[in-house]
Write a protein that binds this ligand. Structure first.
Ligand code: F6R
Length: 611
């Protein structure tokens, strides 16, 4: 959600900024803009894609050794050229880009209007910028000091980059609640919402913390807190190559990421799970094992797909560890004054590690003394950094807006974590523990095997492409997978879809069943098999169309269903990691036949950094 890029150094800034913005396109946006300094401030901005801006600036003089660029996801004011960033101050000397929301902007705007300021956009960003300029003019302080004073007065979230015509080598940057990474080069610096815009230039990065302000010049990086005290920048070495953020021959990032799963799951298991030795090595879990073993309750907070991973984990942790688990939408948890007792553990699950609701939820829980575990994909992200312990999913950068490989990574990490706690606690038999370790170790190969039949799902997608609605049903460990299948189909094909526990269908959704309604059953071989067969029969009796995801060797469901996709047999506890993959492919192919931009579906953002 909103992408931010900046550069100051000896190179031409425009191509670096534009390429960087393209790399951040996955975050979701509706307009684009850049500001350059070349004998004065030059601002170019346009509603639409980065490519639209590029077309718009053809033939313009873009020479500049400093630049800031932005992709905007509208919050205050419709997507338009006028509301796109960068915004310029009343004097025309300052330009600023901003990711986040200034909550008290209306009050500040009123004060500025009374002082005679005019605004050309509907944004909170233009208000903040003029507020900074006003302080700069009236308080006889320099710009850096004015930024600091302004930031102390505002409430909300921000990552800002600001340039000044009178100081043509400096970018002032600050963050609270929205990510900011600074790449350290030789005589140059790069800024980004994540590290992808700077990958080919430097592997040395500084993750800026909340309430920090950076003064960035070609050969100088000064980091301060809002109290004007210097902070030593902590330089981290990036472990990411450019190839990881490119399409690698696939038509879409989403397809590439679905097909990467055998290797991302292997990466997630690597160095942690040893099925032969019967061990799971997870240092973040080990460090807190006593707290985990004796936890009175585990509360999982997350949003969207990550919340579905939390639901699967609820079933697994309760089954293996006998610890009560609650799974909460972070957006609800953060506002509803939840009861957090001593001995409760909070697990935050997040691909991006920047989701505003999840981040604030765990900050609040932390204030109440809870121990926080982060299951995060993006290394160095905010959630990873504020957690007391946790584990990375190691799925690599996920660019497609729909979460796929990060989801299977979350399932693998949460399952390993449950197994480790259960083993330490003694709540699992040795035989079951060993069996499940082997089952997990076999997952990459099984996912690779089912992906070989991906074309079968293309045919199914073609057959049902005109559906206006769909139902997804599952039981037990596969119930959250039904929810996830419905979410994927909604976001990628724009077909309205609902997920339910299969037995719950009789309490309402069955009224929707007609000859044209596709009903997707996630029905791999497990202890609920006979029950779900009855549910399929109930749909068939009402002439609904059944698409079933079943285990190889199933002799019953293929005889009942209209369309079947087979996945390799697996223990029911591990089966969700397999059964979710055909649903990812089904929504991908549905999106393609329906002409959706699957990597960037409408209205969606990859990283939801506003609440
Ligand atoms: C759906 C999807 C979203 C995210 C949600 C949370 O495909 O990607 O529902 O799962 O926005 O994001 P993270 O996991 O980054 O906290």
């Amino acid at each position: 959600m909103c992408g931010i890029v900046g550069y100051t150094g000896p190179r031409e800034a425009y191509p670096i900024v534009i390429t960087g913005l393209k790399r951040l396109e996955y975050r979701g946006y509706d307009s684009t803009g850049v500001a350059l300094l070349n004998g004065g401030l030059k601002v170019y901005k346009k509603k639409g894609r980065v490519a639209d801006l590029e077309e718009n600036v053809l033939g313009k003089d873009l020479h500049s050794n400093i630049g800031i660029g932005h992709t905007r996801w509208a919050t205050h004011g419709e997507p338009s050229d006028r509301n796109a960033h960068p915004h310029t101050s009343g004097s025309g000397k300052l330009a600023m880009i901003h990711n986040g929301i200034i909550e008290n902007y209306a009050q500040i705007k009123k004060e500025l209007l009374n002082k005679g300021y005019h605004f050309t956009s509907d944004t909170d960003t233009e208000v903040l910028l003029n507020f900074i300029e006003d302080i700069n003019k009236n308080n006889e302080c320099n710009l850096e000091e004015a930024v600091r004073i302004a930031l102390k007065r505002i409430t909300g979230a921000y990552c800002i980059l600001l340039i000044d015509e009178d100081d043509p080598e400096t970018i002032i940057a600050a963050r609270k609640g929205s990510p900011l990474v600074i790449g350290v080069g030789k005589g140059e610096h790069f800024l980004g919402s994540d590290a992808s815009p700077m990958l080919e230039y430097t592997k040395e990065v500084v993750y800026v913390n909340d309430y920090e302000l950076a003064i960035v010049r070609p050969d100088e990086l000064i980091l301060k807190n809002l109290g004007n005290e210097k902070v030593t920048p902590f330089v981290t070495k990036l472990d990411m190559e450019l190839a990881a953020i490119e399409k690698g021959g696939y038509d879409h990032f989403m397809l590439k990421e679905i097909f990467e799963q055998p290797s991302t799951i292997l990466d997630c298991l690597r160095g942690r799970l040893d099925a032969n030795a019967g061990t799971i090595t997870m240092s973040g879990v080990q460090k807190n094992i006593e707290a985990l073993k004796s936890a009175h309750r585990i509360i999982i907070v997350a949003c969207g797909t990550s919340w579905h991973a939390g639901l699967v984990a609820e079933y697994i942790i309760e089954e293996l560890c006998r610890i009560p688990v609650e799974v909460e939408y972070a957006s609800e948890f953060r506002y509803r004054n939840p009861v957090i007792n001593k001995g409760d553990i909070i697990i935050a699950v997040s691909q991006s590690g920047e989701t505003a609701d999840t981040l604030v939820a765990i900050e609040k829980a932390k204030e109440q003394g809870a121990v926080i575990f982060g299951i995060v994909n993006a290394v160095g992200s905010s959630i990873a950094r504020i957690s007391d312990g946790g584990a990375y999913t190691h799925a690599g950068p996920e660019i497609g807006v729909a979460s796929t490989k990060a989801f299977t990574g979350q399932l693998v990490v949460l399952t390993m974590m449950a197994l480790k706690i259960a083993k330490e606690k003694g709540s699992i038999s040795d035989e079951r523990y060993r069996h499940l370790l082997q089952e997990l170790a076999d997952v990459p190969e099984k996912v690779a095997a089912l992906l070989k039949n991906a074309d079968d799902l293309k045919i199914i997608a073609e057959k049902y492409k005109d559906a206006s609605d769909a139902l997804f049903l599952g039981r037990g460990y596969n119930f959250p997978i039904a929810l996830e299948g419905a979410l994927k189909l909604k976001e990628i094909s724009y077909i309205h879809a609902e997920g339910y526990p299969a037995a719950e269908m009789k309490h309402g959704p069955i009224a929707l069943v007609t000859e044209t309604l596709p009903v997707v059953f996630v029905a791999t071989k497990d202890s609920y098999h006979e029950k779900i067969v009855s549910n399929i029969q109930e749909i068939k009796a009402r002439k609904g169309k059944v698409i079933a995801i079943v285990s190889e060797g199933d002799e019953v469901i293929p005889g009942l269903a209209d369309d079947v996709f087979f996945v390799p047999p697996a223990d029911e506890l591990v089966a969700p990691i397999l059964s979710c993959v055909p649903l990812q492919l089904l929504s991908y192919y549905m999106g393609i036949v329906r002409g959706v931009d699957v990597d960037k579906p409408r209205n969606l953002a990859k990283s939801v950094t506003v609440e």
